[in-house]
Design a protein around this ligand. Structure first.
Ligand code: NAD
Ligand code: UDP
Length: 314
């Protein structure tokens, strides 16, 4: 096997911890870099005994000098509650973080993958969203620090590629869920599951007719690592998400059923600029990688519910 030294920024977060685990399983050396802003040491504690795993506490808004063959750039808070907590810091992480990681990739000739997002499409006027769609994003709203930060990071990736021939891979990740999401994350899946398990009210924002497509973590990790290993001319962006679309009301009903919860549904105001629909067109990922998200919502929710159930009982 081709053993590589791989840097994962945001490696102690939800997605990052699963990615580190997968890369170690594949036999690589993994360097996890994280500021622990939203990630935790517990997420990666089970990897500490592995001699090929290293961790550095570092904030990517500062430069980093390490040797590496590949970089997965995931560092950035992802939940609206967390990224709006300090919006200026969110932009700095996306933009300055991208500049520092691209600068590193350029110096050490590493290949670099950017964890971009379906938020680059904003509140889309096209459904499903193909990669060619340029999006409908408010540049000055409460979500802009994240959406525009991620859009600017994509621009930087393509400029480093054109100007400095840095080998880039850009993936646009749609709503992903699974074990190791933070319990107080504020995102819909973790909120509904913890509310249902505690028999507290299920909080639907708006009337619950807005839609999302929910991808289980294992599908995402397979797509991301698969895309990193494609030939250099394939830069993306590519969408990675589950094509099945659900209303938030359907999600609430499913969580209630699967947890046998006594919780009631209550309605809260819809946050400003909350996208009304979101569904990926993943034909490009299918064509290039033979990849399609395969874990159904019920199956993925059951695994996530048992994770949160164990956590709440501990
Ligand atoms: P997360 O909050 O669990 O993980 C983010 C990690 O980045 C955390 O460990 C955090 O401590 C770290 N971090 C934040 N700012 C940092 C900084 N300045 N320097 C170093 N580390 C920093 O979120 P996640 O769901 O695992 O998301 C990971 C990546 O995937 C993010 O870039 C996010 O934008 C992207 N993404 C996630 C989703 C999703 O549904 N989960 C969807 C689209 C895109
Ligand atoms: N949402 C909800 N109740 C909650 C949390 C979120 O109804 O307790 C809604 C939110 O308004 C949005 C959708 O669920 O329409 C997905 O929200 P999330 O924060 O998970 O991610 P987003 O896709 O908005 O970034």
């Amino acid at each position: 096997m081709d053993r590589k030294r791989i840097l994962v920024t945001g490696g102690a977060g939800f997605i990052g911890s699963h990615l580190c685990e997968k890369l170690l399983d594949q036999g690589h050396d993994v360097l996890c870099v994280d500021s622990y802003f939203t990630g935790t040491r517990q997420n990666i504690a089970h990897l500490f005994d592995n001699g090929r795993f290293e961790v550095i506490r570092h904030d990517i808004t500062k430069e980093l000098f390490v040797e590496t063959d590949e970089i997965y750039n995931l560092a950035c808070p992802a939940s609206p509650v967390h990224y709006q907590y300090n919006p200026i810091k969110t932009i700095k992480t996306s933009v300055m973080g991208a500049i520092h990681m691209l600068g590193l990739a350029k110096r050490v000739k590493a290949k670099i993958l950017q964890a971009s997002t379906s938020e680059v499409y904003g509140d889309p006027q096209v459904n499903p969203q193909p990669e060619a769609y340029w999006g409908n994003v408010n540049p000055i709203g409460p979500r802009s620090c994240y959406d525009e930060g991620k859009r600017c990071a994509e621009t930087l990736f393509f400029d480093y590629h054109r100007q400095n021939r840095v080998r880039i891979k850009v993936v646009r990740i749609f709503n992903t869920y699974g074990p190791r999401m933070q319990i107080d994350d504020g995102r819909v899946v973790s909120n509904f599951i913890t509310q249902a398990l505690n028999n507290r009210d299920i909080t639907i924002y708006g009337d619950g007719t807005q839609t999302r497509s929910f991808q289980y973590i294992d599908d995402l990790i397979e797509g991301m690592t698969g895309f990193m290993n494609t030939p250099d001319q394939l830069t993306g962006p590519i969408n990675l998400g589950n094509e099945k679309e659900f209303t938030i009301m359907e999600l609430a009903t499913m969580v209630l059923e699967l947890t046998n919860s006594k919780s009631k549904i209550v309605y809260k105001p819809l946050p400003e600029n909350d996208p009304l629909q979101r569904r990926p067109d993943t034909s490009l990922a299918s064509e290039l990688l033979g990849w399609k998200a395969s874990v159904g919502l019920k199956e993925g929710l059951l695994k996530t519910i048992s994770y949160f159930d164990a956590l709440l009982r501990a």
